[in-house]
Design a protein around this ligand. Structure first.
Ligand code: SF4
Length: 268
């Protein structure tokens, strides 16, 4: 689309020209003209979420896209999300507004690297997180989300080796929860969530003793926080593992005076 919102993120917040009414009308006009459904990940700028037809996590959005009657999907997210939408909707045209939008977690393993890893562990079952490229998914036996990763690995016969990629935090969580020592974990990480460390989470929780801590299990992006909660870095009774929808519901209904959300800022 020709019109774009000229917004950039800085350490102090968002700068640039806020999208005006004319911009919003132009986006909607183009969407109608091209029979497009606009999907915005929860991590997008609020302005982009406001104009989208649907917001949510990547898998939920891909499922919405597959059930949509629109012939074109505009996926305001990163590459692997648009690829996932295309996998679920092979007959639809999928557009990504910013071709530079990548995911450091998905980029931490390539198809060639996975093939080499498999060759070193013949017979192993490959379990990949949804934050992977289509090429990696094609080399995968089971694609999991963070909410079902433990169950998926537990369902694999105990004598089979498991190759889990690409998220080392989720992999460590799975190893701990299943008690299996034959789960090999790829050392990938997301640069955003790798920056959420135990001391910082513990400090924030200590500074806000009445606050709930919301962690999203499925967005693909909060797994380091999930791991830290399991390690006891923050009080367990304050930690809520919630889907996007449940996070919004819980924020409305909680008796806590404040809520800490350990993920990308767009979710706020
Ligand atoms: S927050 Fe991290 S895991 Fe999520 S899309 Fe961005 S880089 Fe990937």
């Amino acid at each position: 689309m020709a019109a774009t919102a000229q917004l950039e993120r800085t350490e102090d917040g968002w700068t640039g020209v806020q999208p005006d009414a004319a911009w919003r009308e132009e986006v909607r006009r183009l969407a109608d003209k091209h029979d497009a459904v606009l999907l915005a990940h929860n991590y997008q700028l609020p302005e982009i979420q406001d104009i989208a037809d649907h917001t949510g996590d990547s898998l939920a959005l891909s499922r919405i896209a597959a059930s949509s009657s629109a012939s074109t999907i505009v996926f305001c997210g990163v590459h692997f999300m648009a690829e996932t939408a295309k996998i679920l909707s092979p007959d639809k045209r999928v557009l990504i507004p910013d071709a530079r939008a990548g995911c450091s977690l998905a980029d931490s393993i390539t198809g060639a690297q996975l093939r080499e890893w498999k060759a070193q562990h013949p017979g192993a079952v490959v379990v990949s997180y949804v934050n992977t490229t289509a090429e990696v998914k094609a080399e995968t036996d089971i694609c999991c989300t963070s909410s079902n990763a433990v169950d998926v690995v537990a369902s694999i016969p105990a004598d089979r080796e498991v190759l889990f990629c690409p998220d080392q935090f989720l992999g460590a969580h799975v190893r701990r929860e299943t008690g299996r020592d034959n789960v090999h974990v790829w050392a990938g990480e997301c640069h955003v969530h790798a920056g959420i460390n135990g001391p910082e989470l513990a400090d924030r929780a200590a500074a806000n003793p009445d606050a709930d801590l919301f962690i999203h299990p499925e967005c693909g992006c909060a797994t380091s926080a999930l791991y830290l909660a399991g390690e006891g870095a923050v009080p367990a009774e304050k930690v809520k593992i919630l889907s996007t929808g449940d996070m919004l519901t819980a924020a409305r209904s909680t008796n806590a005076r404040s809520v800490l959300v350990a993920t990308e800022v767009g979710m706020l």
